[in-house]
Design a protein around this ligand. Structure first.
Ligand SMILES: NC(=O)C1=CN([C@@H]2O[C@H](COP(=O)(O)OP(=O)(O)OC[C@H]3O[C@@H](n4cnc5c(N)ncnc54)[C@H](O)[C@@H]3O)[C@@H](O)[C@H]2O)C=CC1
Ligand SMILES: O=C(CO)COP(=O)(O)O
Length: 331
């Protein structure tokens, strides 16, 4: 298989490193200086320090306009930009007959569209065979070859098969799923909930509180997913419960770290700056809540996160508000 990964942040680099053990892999990035540094050091010191790039991994930079030609020479393309870059990438690839998957997790916050990846694709690249690679996966662990399970989600068998053929191996299991909306909702909402559990742990509210947040957060995620046409069982799988548990409890999560830093009294700007990486939950929390409101779906935890991020609701008041909600049935 010939794979091209578009974007050399932590996750794009880790996926390229992982696949390069068995396939011909090109890692494309937009910044020529960063490409030169990667080639000189055979390491992505800015985004994934400590991981050597395999000798066979090709690194290319270049203009976005050249991407269709580059991608057309491969069997699979993986878009590994943040959500903010997905629309432009899909637009560039709209006529390329190569299965394409994105790995970003969120709802599009820019221009207030509030769309998931597959909805953006329907607008700008409807003929492209597209899908998402998701699931509980910290880039560093995948790059180190630590055991990980992912989900290849697409309505197109060609995309699911290409993802499984490329990434499934001794340390990565890749499960196929045709519920793309469900997989995307899980990946987006868990980021918002991880900010909440980071805050909860940072404030020392206890393990009971964290378990309650994760479980009631899962209920919010599932309600929103069902309203968007997802299947309920998807939320019990890797891209739902699996990624929520990982991100809400694992200290490698950037979203969880935002919550921990806010609990220490840092401002949102300080927290985001100190990460040096994207924390998608910060950008899409409001979008999640607005989309849910339009669908008549209640998301009290996500809504509290939005007001916390806006500085409108102090953490103690958020806890009081969530605990003070009227008693109700668990369903
Ligand atoms: N790091 C991780 O463990 C995982 C990340 N993800 C998701 O993958 C996406 C990317 O995450 P990371 O690689 O960790 O981010 P990162 O912050 O490490 O790197 C982002 C990369 O994207 C590039 N970039 C930013 N805006 C761009 C644009 N508009 N067009 C093209 N390139 C652009 C940056 O130059 C940088 O190379 C996010 O949506 C994240 O939620 C998913 C699973 C695991
Ligand atoms: O999506 C991830 C793990 O599956 C990474 O989470 P963070 O973006 O919070 O680091």
């Amino acid at each position: 298989m010939k794979l091209v990964v578009l974007g050399a942040g932590a996750w794009g680099t880790a996926l390229a490193v992982s696949a390069a053990a068995r396939h011909e892999v090109t890692l494309w990035l937009r910044d020529a200086d960063q490409a030169r540094e990667l080639l000189a050091c055979r390491e992505n010191r800015r985004y994934l320090p400590g991981i050597a790039l395999p000798a066979g991994l090709l690194v290319r930079d270049g203009s976005a306009q050249d991407l269709p030609q580059l991608v057309a020479a491969h069997h699979l393309a993986v878009i590994a930009t943040p959500m903010a870059g997905l629309r432009a990438m899909l637009g560039l690839l709209r006529d390329v007959p190569v299965p394409t998957a994105w790995v970003c997790k969120g709802f599009e916050a820019e221009a207030g569209s509030g769309l998931l990846g597959h909805e953006i694709q329907a607008q700008v690249a409807p003929r492209l065979a597209g899908g998402a690679l998701s699931g509980p996966s910290f880039a560093l662990e995948v790059a180190r070859g630590q055991p990980t399970a992912l989900v290849a989600a697409s309505p197109h068998g060609s995309v699911r098969d290409a993802l499984v053929d490329t990434f499934h191996g001794a340390t990565l299991r890749v499960y196929a799923n045709d519920d793309l909306p469900g997989v995307e909702v899980g990946g987006a909402v868990k980021n918002v909930l991880a900010i909440a559990t980071g805050l909860c742990d940072g404030l020392g509210l206890g393990l009971n509180a964290r378990a309650a947040l994760i479980t009631r957060g899962l209920a919010e995620m599932t309600r929103l997913g069902l309203a968007l046409g997802a299947r309920p069982d998807t939320f019990m799988g890797l891209s739902g419960l699996g990624d929520l548990v990982l991100t809400a409890t694992g200290d490698l999560s950037r979203n969880r770290r935002v919550g921990l830093l806010l609990a220490q009294g840092r401002t949102l700007d300080q927290a985001v700056q100190s990460l040096g990486h994207v924390a998608e939950g910060v950008y899409c929390a409001r979008t999640v809540v607005e989309r849910a409101a339009r669908l008549g779906v209640e998301m009290p935890i996500a809504s509290a996160v939005v007001r916390l991020l806006d500085g409108e609701l102090p953490p103690a008041a958020a806890v009081a508000e969530l605990m003070g909600r009227q008693a109700r049935s668990e369903r």
